[in-house]
Design a protein around this ligand. Sequence first.
Ligand code: HEM
Length: 524
Amino acid sequence: MLDRSVLLPCLVGIVAAIIIVSRRGSERYRFPPGPKPLPLIGNLLDAPTDLGWYTYAKWARQYDSDIIHFEVFGQHFYILNSVRVAKDLLERRSQVYADRQQSVMVQELTGWHRVFSMKAYGESWRQQRRLFHQHFRQQAIPEYHAELTNGARMLLRSFLESPDHFLEHIRHISGGTILAVLYGIDVDKYSAERMESIEKAIEIVTEIADGGVYLVDFIPLLKYLPTWFPGAGFKRRAAEWRIHVETMFEAPYGDVKRDMKLGTAKPCVATKLMSAFGDKAEDPEIEELLICVTGTAYAASDTIVFAMIAFVRAMMVFPEVQCKAQQELDRVVGRDRLPVISDQASLPYLAAVTKELLRWHPITPIAVPHKSTTDDWYDGYYVAAGSIVIANVWAMFRDEERYPDPEAFRPERFLTAEGALDPAVPDPVEVFGFGRRMCAGRHYVDAALFLAMAHVLHALTIEKPRDAQGNVVEPPPGYALSRLFWCVAANASASVDEVDDDGSAGFAGRRSHLRQTSSRGLKG
Ligand code: HEM
């Protein structure tokens, strides 16, 4: 069984290699430039295993091309290093480039098949995305403003109570808020168990990615090995992981279902979905659909955590930006209340800080890879059906023509001389991906980030920490979100002692105190 399962893919690989080699000479099947492949293994030794966007950007310069090609064991990869090429392919030809690579290990064995962001392009994906869109399109977001505001105030309160647990606060409150939005679970009393399931489930995906390649993804028949079989360790691990992934999807949904029956469920996305389907909501097929839609939003929400961490780091490293954002908040919001969502349109500098944050430190630097479904030709190059197409968003945001002096963190680049948002400067919207697979939660992100950032800046000044000798500790550069960084982040300096639920009384009562202790130089 094992021998046959190994033999077949090898034969397929050899035939594919022969076809590729024979086609290589032909002008019609010319690949874009890229590192020279070795026989059979292709560019296995060149392909980056970590921080790939730097390598891809280097290749773009080295081969002087916005589109780069490499291959590993006959699997073709195309790297799109400019907005022009990414939009041409992933948006203008999105019917060809809307698929996703499937992994036996991640989707089938570990249970992530339920997340529609990883689903193959097709009717099932379309149905789930359509339902998701109904509840996360721009017009639906105001329904969640109350929960998001509540979450931002809890974040503030938690920072002030125990700044040392800074990272946990961001994680718990971001997760707690989406639990409230999706399943009506009270943010104040969120269960540690529920929060643990998403953290474990996300850790699993990271662990699989860090673990490199699983043979079962190249030889799918290996998934039929019994768990006791020598070499089937991956199956045992997948079975353990699957429990956490299933808990993440099913447990909160089960809570809402129970509460709906008891008549005690709070209105939320899940109750709306169930009500829309009426009696059919209990059909196993429909129930599975609703579990997938809500679970996808739950899993995807973890990205906000990384955006908030990048925000804290940026404010620490660029105190002059922090100060300007705080001055704008003081002017627009005043010192006697906390920000609310309706302030957003009057805070262009803060909007520019958000854009610059997503540009300068894109938390999805290579977005999520797409996959092509049919053969295609672009700029005279051949794109084979089934290729993995990666948009190097990081390189796009370092494009000097779009963003001069790209390494500098300069929100002003998005503003006119009068301080309004400049429509002539491209929005770094590519951080949310492209075409039909573009992030379906981006309007939620807009409100969530605004409220969290505005609250933190209005009440706190984030500073670099000092060591025992009083020396400033510099956060590590780039994407190194190390332990040291968590310690750095924990040193956010508090400016208020308490935040009332309504965001007014407690805050106003601390006004003079805030002025005295703030490092912002406010005058009394
Ligand atoms: C700063 C935060 C976020 C960033 C930067 C981000 C970025 C992305 C990116 C790059 C993709 C892949 C796009 C592509 O394939 O071209 C994506 C997909 C997706 N995102 Fe987000 N995301 C964020 C937060 C969220 C949140 C909070 C939600 C849910 C409420 C969400 C829901 C989704 C969904 C459902 C998809 C799958 C789209 C599909 O495959 O059809 N995202 N996101």
